[in-house]
Design a protein around this ligand. Structure first.
Ligand code: AMP
Length: 279
C-alpha cells in the first residue's frame, strides 16, 4: 500500500491513473477504522481498478464544544487493516497540508445542512462538504463510497455532487452492526458498559418504528411518540430527535406515504450516536 501525505503528490498519482483509464474508488474516513469502513473498502475493491482511502480527522466539522483532541487516532492499526484489505493508496495528510494558514473557502449545501443533525451542529455539514469536495478535487474518483449510517451526510454529498456537476458516482453502503444491532461507530469506544447495554435500544426503537409502519400505521406523529415512549425506559439515553423523512431528499413527512427513512439521534451518556432505518 502506497502512503501519500502531500496534496501535490496525490494529484500527480491520480492524474496518471486517469491517463491510463483506471477507475478509482475512493473512501473518505476519519480513521479509527472498523468493519463498517472496511465494508466500504470491499465494495470499492470489487468495482474499481484502484482503491484509495483517506484518513483525515477534519477539524472544521467539529464544533467548539465537541472534543476534536479526544477523537481516536490509532493510525498504525488503521494501516494494518487497510493493508490486509489490499487498499492501493492511503492518503494521510496533515491538517496544515489540507488547511494552510490562509485557507478561507467553505462549501455549504444550504438547506440540507440546517435540518436534523444540523440543528444541534450548525457548522458540521459545511465542514463535511468542504473537506469532501477538496478530497474529490485531489483524487477525482470514478466512484465514491459512503455509509448509510450517516444517512444525512449521504444526502448532503449526493446533493453537492448534483449541484456542482461533479463527474463522480455516489454509492451508499448499508450500515454494518454489532451482533446485537448497535451500528458500528468510532465513537462507541466512549460508551461505558452500562451505556453500551442501553445504546442498542436506538436500533431497537428504529425496528419498532419500522414494524409499526409495516403494520399499517401512517401517522408520523403517532409513530414518533410510540418510539419516544419505548426509549423512555432507558435512562442513559437522552433523545435529540426522531424524524421520519423522504429518503430521497430528507423532507419531513406527516404521513408515511412514499419511500421513507426514520432517523434518530441521541446522547448515550456523553456520547452522541445516530442511526437510521430505511422503510
Ligand atoms: P467516519 O470515519 O466516521 O467519517 O466514517 C467514514 C465513512 O464510513 C462514512 O461514509 C461513514 O458513513 C462510514 N461508516 C461509519 N460507520 C459505518 C457503519 N457502521 N456501517 C457502514 N458505514 C459506516
Amino acid at each position: 500500500m502506497k502512503i501519500i501525505t502531500s496534496t501535490q503528490e496525490i494529484q500527480k498519482v491520480t492524474s496518471k491513473l486517469r491517463e491510463k483509464n483506471k477507475s478509482i474508488g475512493f473512501i473518505p474516513t476519519m480513521g479509527a477504522l472498523h468493519e463498517g469502513h472496511l465494508q466500504l473498502v470491499r465494495e470499492s475493491k470489487t468495482k474499481n481498478d484502484v482503491t484509495i482511502v483517506s484518513i483525515f480527522v477534519n477539524p472544521t466539522q467539529f464544533s467548539p464544544t465537541e472534543d476534536l483532541t479526544k477523537y481516536p487516532r490509532p493510525i498504525e492499526q488503521d494501516k494494518k487493516l487497510l493493508r490486509r484489505e489490499k487498499v492501493d493508496i492511503l492518503f494521510y495528510p496533515s491538517t496544515k497540508e489540507i488547511y494552510p494558514t490562509d485557507f478561507q473557502t467553505t462549501v455549504t449545501v444550504n438547506q440540507l445542512s440546517r435540518i436534523l443533525e444540523g440543528k444541534s451542529r450548525p457548522t458540521h455539514f459545511a465542514g463535511v462538504s468542504t473537506i469532501v469536495l477538496k478530497l474529490f478535487n485531489l483524487i477525482s474518483p470514478t466512484n465514491t463510497y459512503f455509509g448509510q449510517k450517516d444517512f444525512q451526510q449521504c444526502i448532503v454529498i449526493k446533493q453537492m455532487i448534483r449541484d456542482l456537476n461533479l463527474p463522480i458516482i455516489f454509492n451508499m453502503v448499508p450500515t454494518v452492526r454489532e451482533p446485537d444491532g448497535l451500528a458500528l461507530s468510532s465513537r462507541n469506544i466512549f460508551l461505558n458498559s452500562q451505556e453500551r447495554l442501553q445504546a442498542v435500544n436506538l436500533y431497537q426503537s428504529l425496528l419498532f418504528g419500522k414494524k409499526l409502519i409495516l403494520l399499517g400505521n401512517k401517522n408520523v406523529q403517532k409513530i414518533k411518540s410510540e418510539m419516544d415512549n419505548y426509549l423512555q425506559k432507558y435512562k442513559l439515553i437522552r433523545l435529540d430527535y426522531i424524524e421520519i423523512c423522504d429518503s430521497e431528499n430528507l423532507s419531513p413527512l406527516k404521513v408515511v406515504s412514499k419511500k421513507a427513512v426514520i432517523l434518530i439521534s441521541a446522547n448515550v451518556g456523553k456520547t452522541r450516536l445516530i442511526d437510521n432505518i430505511i422503510i
